[in-house]
Ligand binder design. Structure first.
Ligand SMILES: CC(C)(COP(=O)(O)OP(=O)(O)OC[C@H]1O[C@@H](n2cnc3c(N)ncnc32)[C@H](O)[C@@H]1OP(=O)(O)O)[C@@H](O)C(=O)NCCC(=O)NCCS
Length: 195
């Protein structure tokens, strides 16, 4: 049935363009910038993310990460992107479109992080807008979901500003920073207007 077909890329995914930013698949050449940015932003990011493994910022863990990203992309399970500023190609952060469910769901979940020096400049808003278009227009998904801890004001604002509607509350939904934490659930449908 054409409506439920799987859209996937065996080749590298194309660059996704946003306003002042672009998203592209992570590459080994990004390692130094990525590790430096994550290390510099450790205290800013860790309250909102799954616990970082002890060797998370090592080159070998990055290589394993890229392998996992490539496998997941080949199987249309998830798509990982790094986020860059257009003007000088600075690495700003990352986004994932994960847990893709095809068949009658045609849904996926988004996640994102930005390096602390680049936060609050609207660049993640531009990136999420671009990812939403990629998910609906290129991957032909029908529904995008996101979840965040109720105290994550930046993430809530970001989702509201990019057309996600709050749909629910899930108790102890994800293990974040070592604790099972309640989450607000948000979603956007392909037919929803972009604010
Ligand atoms: C969530 C995150 C990606 C947002 O990135 P960002 O660069 O601040 O995003 P933008 O500047 O595009 O937009 C953020 C919005 O939230 C607001 N905001 C940002 N930080 C805020 C804070 N600490 N308190 C209240 N509002 C905040 C901004 O003002 C902006 O809203 P506005 O345009 O209406 O003024 C970033 O804060 C981050 O990486 N946080 C740590 C990791 C994380 O939380 N990941 C998501 C887990 S669900």
């Amino acid at each position: 049935m054409a409506f439920f077909r799987t859209v996937s890329f065996s080749e590298p995914i194309p660059t996704v363009e946003g306003e002042g930013v672009f998203l592209r698949a992570p590459q080994m050449g990004d390692y130094s910038d990525w590790a430096a940015l994550r290390e510099a932003s450790r205290a800013f990011l860790t309250p909102w993310e799954p616990t970082w493994p002890a060797d998370d910022l090592s080159r070998s863990a990055f290589r394993r990460r890229l392998r996992r990203y490539a496998e997941d992309q080949r199987s249309d399970a998830s798509y990982a992107f790094f986020l860059f500023r257009k003007v000088d190609q600075t690495l700003l952060g990352g986004l994932t479109l994960a847990n893709i469910r095809r068949g009658v769901a045609q849904a996926g979940s988004i996640g994102y992080w930005i390096g602390e020096p680049y936060a609050r400049r609207g660049q993640m808003t531009a990136a999420v807008r671009a990812l939403v278009l990629f998910a609906f227009a290129t991957l032909r998904l029908h529904r995008l979901e996101a979840a965040c801890i109720p105290s994550n004001a930046a993430s809530i604002r970001l989702l509201e500003n990019t057309g996600f509607a709050r749909e629910g509350y899930a108790r102890e939904y994800l293990c974040i920073n070592g604790l099972w934490q309640d989450h607000l659930l948000f979603a956007r449908l392909a037919g929803d207007a972009m604010p």
